[in-house]
Design a protein around this ligand. Structure first.
Ligand code: SF4
Length: 699
């Protein structure tokens, strides 16, 4: 029904459905968003969009959108019914205050999200700590890329990709490990292909032959959970063959001797047995990487969603440091952040342990500075709280008794969902802000209609570290913008003086001040500068500064300017196959869906392309089990079971099963996954658990 004559405005903005943040125009006619066009002028996607970006606009006026607050007026067993904003906001404030009076301030938690603007993410951290006075604020990035954060901070001192994506075009070798680039970051595929056209070698390590692996020069189908062994085995080969960069190691790093000694213990033959690979393939991959003049390593959730996720990231950084692959075009280590604003969302103060600007909440100087910006006393600023994954047991213990959740759907995305559901059901009072009635919102006592990206102005920070700007195309159907909702709740809680913003720009200006002089310094970034430059890379310390696309050209992010090697030994995954559960189950994403699928499952084209989950298994496994393609199979783990159709392929290891994770309730693979946590960053081991499979009669 759209014709070019209908279109009144082309609103420049970005796609919200992954960290690439492709530039797009929203087409507006008669006050409605009627279509989308890719932006040629945005320096990353150059006129390309993937299926999610092309279809995202269909959500804006979707019939499932929440238009009015919903509330259970007759207690937990009653159904959600429409109420006025006045009644909903009054009830939220009254119930939060009752819980805090009875059980203390920390009895209320805030569970936030990262598919939101920096302004909203920042506001959630301030709202929790200043308006509610609780120490329990964390976000769904805990389930996403937090291992990479831990590795970046420990080894390099700064939590950001080292290079802009365009650096791929300067690399002689790109090593992708645990990143399904073709499906999760489709537009980046074009950079990999351009790099290959220029002679760059592509190595891919993954238990599945993902689309990008099919075009790689080398594919290493490693056993799930063995990434660290492979990376350290490659380091062993590099050292043996004299491919380490001793001058770089001497001048720019510390800790090499311990790491070198550890790598001695990882000869290719031993590593090959651990990883289920050929020893000569490990040697060849190490040579390809080590002989490159400039090489890049890309990781993502495959390597990070493990109980050893931080160590895996450190092992990848060891490889890059040992070969001097930092601070030059085409040389670096980058995590591909998955969520739309996964980068900004982790910098601006909604993490359990951090204040805006990646400032440490337990650092006296950082605390004093943020208190001075916020105008509160230091004893009024709460200390570190529970990460999102530890909020679940705290709910079950009755320590957290009420929760405000925004822009997240943990009842699809947490591991061991049966336990997670019991935790949310045990709350005395539960509020959700979301554009749709998600699986999690269905359990809430009050649901407030939230915004989509097309309905607000604000900034995000792409997976490159580029701060970009969203522009508002239409008003939200519920009438309120999320930032206004949060500020109004703060006002009713008696803290309105700290939330007297007139627009997202006011919030951004305060955020800039909070980050001034910090590692993720936004001080020199303004809305105007973003628009003039097509985005600005942080750190950007003053108005004249152009931004910093490539990190570590001269110094790493520690006071002495040197990077840290870490001697991290290989430790197997928490669950390994045994007689009862003889397979490894791994999970991941598909090109047609985003995160929990709360939004993309409502878009007709995307739903048609991937309407339900499936169990991917190798044809040898299928033959042994007597399973044909399309047959129903039941997969069991120690947490539960689910039944889905089989997809019989040759592109997965015969000892491994794969199920995509975007689906809820009986179709949720996270009923089965292991809630064991990485010790430092508390990210669950989504990518490895022991499983059994058998043919089933049907759903
Ligand atoms: Fe670009 Fe990612 Fe959106 Fe696809 S989902 S259009 S790659 S931002």
């Amino acid at each position: 029904w759209e014709t070019s004559l209908d279109v009144e405005r082309y609103v420049p903005t970005h796609c919200c459905f992954c960290g690439v943040q492709c530039g797009m125009y929203l087409k507006v006619a008669n006050g409605k968003v009627v279509g989308v066009e890719p932006r040629e002028d945005f320096p990353l996607n150059h006129g390309m969009l993937c299926p999610k970006g092309t279809n995202a606009y269909q959500l804006v006026h979707h019939p499932d959108r929440l238009r009015q607050p919903l509330m259970r007026k007759g207690g937990k067993k009653s159904s959600l019914e429409p109420v006025s904003w006045e009644e909903a906001l009054d009830t939220i404030v009254q119930r939060f205050q009752e819980v805090q009076r009875a059980y203390g301030r920390d009895a209320v938690a805030v569970f936030s999200g990262s598919t939101m603007t920096n302004e909203k993410c920042y506001l959630m951290g301030k709202f929790a700590r200043v308006a509610l006075g609780t120490r329990h604020i964390d976000y769904n990035g805990r389930l996403c890329m937090s291992s990479a954060t831990g590795a970046n901070e420990r080894a390099l001192g700064i939590d950001r990709a080292a290079n802009p994506i365009s650096d791929m075009l300067h690399a002689d070798c790109i090593f992708v490990i645990g990143a399904n680039v073709g499906e999760c970051f489709p537009i980046i595929t074009s950079y990999l292909w351009q790099a290959r056209d220029r002679g760059c070698k592509l190595i891919v390590a993954d238990p599945r032959q993902t689309p990008i692996a099919r075009t790689a020069d080398m594919f290493l189908p490693l056993r799930p959970g063995t990434d660290l062994a492979l990376l350290t085995g490659m380091l062993h080969v590099l050292i043996k063959e004299g491919l380490s960069n001793e001058a770089f190691i001497r001048e720019r790093t510390v800790g090499w001797e311990e790491t070198r000694a550890l790598a001695e213990l990882y000869p290719p033959e031993r590593v090959a047995r651990v990883c289920g690979l050929r020893a000569d393939a490990i040697v060849e991959a190490a040579r390809l990487y080590g002989r490159a003049r400039a090489a890049l390593i890309y990781t993502a959730r495959g390597l990070e969603h493990q109980s050893k996720g931080v160590d895996n990231g450190l092992a990848a950084i060891n490889l890059a440091l040992a070969t001097g692959n930092f601070g030059r075009p085409g040389a670096g280590y980058c995590t591909l952040t998955g969520q739309g604003n996964g980068q900004g969302g982790r910098e601006v103060g909604q993490k359990a342990t951090q204040l805006p600007g990646c400032r440490e909440i337990e650092d006296p100087e950082d605390r004093a500075y943020i208190c001075s910006v916020w105008g509160i006393r230091e004893d009024e600023l709460p200390h570190a709280g529970y990460p999102a994954t530890l909020m679940i047991p705290a709910m079950l213990r009755g320590e957290i008794r009420a929760c405000l959740l925004i822009c997240s759907n943990p009842l699809v995305s947490l591991p061991d969902l049966h336990t997670a559901e019991r935790a949310f059901r045990s709350l005395d009072f539960f509020v959700v802000i979301d554009p749709f009635l998600s699986e999690t919102a269905e359990l809430a006592d009050v649901v407030l209609p939230g915004n989509l990206w097309a309905e607000e102005e604000g900034t995000t920070t792409s997976l490159e570290g580029r701060v970009i700007k969203y522009n508002q195309a239409v008003d939200p159907p519920g009438g309120w913008q999320d930032w206004q909702t949060i500020c109004e709740l703060a006002r009713r809680l008696g803290k309105g003086q700290y939330f007297a913003y007139r627009s997202p720009r006011d919030i951004f200006d305060e955020l800039r001040l909070c980050t001034r002089g910090a590692k993720s310094d936004y001080w020199g970034i303004s809305y105007e500068k973003i628009e003039e430059q097509g985005g600005v890379f942080w750190p950007c310390p003053d108005e004249e500064h152009p931004g910093t696309p490539r990190l570590y050209e001269e110094r790493f992010g520690f006071p002495d300017g040197r990077a840290r090697f870490h001697a991290v030994p290989y430790i197997p995954p928490a669950e390994e196959p045994d007689e009862t559960y003889p397979f490894v189950l791994t999970t991941g994403r598909v090109i047609y869906h985003y995160l929990s699928g709360n939004q993309t499952r409502r878009i007709p084209f995307l739903r048609e392309m991937a309407p339900y989950p499936w169990v991917e298994l190798h044809e040898q496994t299928a033959q042994r089990l007597g399973v044909a393609d399309g047959d129903w199979v039941t997969v069991r783990t120690r947490r539960g079971e689910m039944t889905a159709p089989a997809l019989v392929v040759r592109t997965i290891r015969p000892d491994t099963l794969f199920i995509p994770y975007h689906y809820g309730q009986s179709q949720a693979v996270n009923q089965l996954t292991n809630p064991v946590l990485e010790p430092m960053m508390k990210i669950p081991e989504f990518k490895v658990c022991a499983a059994a499979i058998e043919k089933a009669p049907g759903p």
